[in-house]
Design a protein. Structure first.
Length: 320
């Protein structure tokens, strides 16, 4: 809960928060879009470019709608599962809460108490970028462990394989997985309920076909009752230590996937950046049906930012 929030920003997402007041201060930028979801809001002042309100329980809403003012309003959040988070329970110790799936959501998820599943930290493999590689992590995943990535850069030469339903992959401190051998960084099987949260996937210097694959191929399997959810998941091609190369950053073949704040970036500044250096044709490729994305930020790719040919898809705020 926050009483007053004054910001100058260029793109972003605020979710599951109670705000007494917020003030947006305009400053000079070329473009920006922001999405606000599942909040209780008492006062809103100002707005810049494109402000999207989704499932906001408002007492005092900003006046006007796009294109005459920078506000777009969606009454309810169609289907959402908030990001898992670390917690401590006096009886069970440390663990991760997986919030419940909500449909037609309005307001914060925790107003009348937290609703979700507690998963003990004993059920996680705690990875270390200095000692772990793809083999040790895959061994733990195959044994049924969830995965907690401690902060750092994980250079992997083969995909991390998530094959079990309801697996949680939880990144701390912007944990980064780099593909260094032209491999996929992570492959998620076409199973129920996988949760990927707080992970950055980065392209290495040998070209990969994709960094994150959700489902090996298009299928008719429904996951609507227990979808895979991608929360605060980021992709980077160039702009840092690697002259990254990839065909596309994320490929979604499974149905009913929820994406909640995805930043898919082919670098336009920083190190190792040029049209013929950090090459990447497409940002996001969505083949699955009934996929929904909240805050899909895709920038600077060389053919298409987003290719979406799955049926029944929904997107709330696409920024490119």
């Amino acid at each position: 809960m926050m009483e007053w929030f004054s910001v100058m920003e260029k793109g972003g997402q605020v979710v599951d928060l109670w705000l007494t007041a917020i003030q947006m201060e305009q400053f000079h930028q070329v473009h920006s879009s922001s999405i606000l979801q599942e909040m209780i809001l008492r006062l809103w002042d100002g707005g810049v470019w494109n402000m999207v309100f989704v499932g906001i329980d408002t007492v005092r809403t900003p006046a006007g709608t796009w294109p005459y003012s920078p506000y777009t309003k969606v009454q309810t959040t169609p289907v959402i599962q908030e990001k898992p988070y670390l917690t401590y329970d006096e009886e069970y110790g440390y663990g991760v809460i997986v919030p419940e799936l909500r449909t037609d959501a309005v307001g914060v998820s925790w107003e009348s108490g937290t609703k979700g599943k507690f998963v003990s930290l004993n059920k996680f493999y705690i990875a270390n970028p200095n000692t772990d590689d793809a083999d040790t992590i895959n061994e733990a995943l195959a044994a049924g462990k969830n995965l907690l990535l401690t902060p750092g850069i994980y250079e992997i030469n083969k995909p991390l394989n998530v094959k079990n339903s309801d697996t949680i992959v939880y990144g701390m401190g912007m944990a980064t997985i780099v593909s260094v051998n032209g491999n996929k960084a992570m492959k998620i099987a076409d199973v129920d309920g996988v949760k990927i949260a707080g992970v950055l996937f980065e392209a290495g210097e040998k070209e990969s076909d994709t960094l994150l694959e959700v489902g090996a191929k298009k299928s008719d399997v429904s996951h609507g009752a227990n979808p895979t959810t991608l929360s605060d998941v980021y992709f980077r091609v160039g702009g840092s230590s690697y002259e990254g190369k990839v065909e596309n950053c994320i490929t979604v073949n499974s149905n009913d996937v929820i994406g909640d704040n995805l930043w898919v970036w082919r670098a336009d500044h920083g190190d190792n950046v040029a049209w013929d250096k950090n090459t990447a044709k497409n940002g996001a490729v969505i083949h699955g049906d009934n996929v929904i994305m909240y805050g899909l930020f895709v920038e600077h790719f060389q053919e298409y930012q987003t290719i979406w040919d799955g049926n029944g898809g929904r997107i709330i705020l696409l920024s490119k």
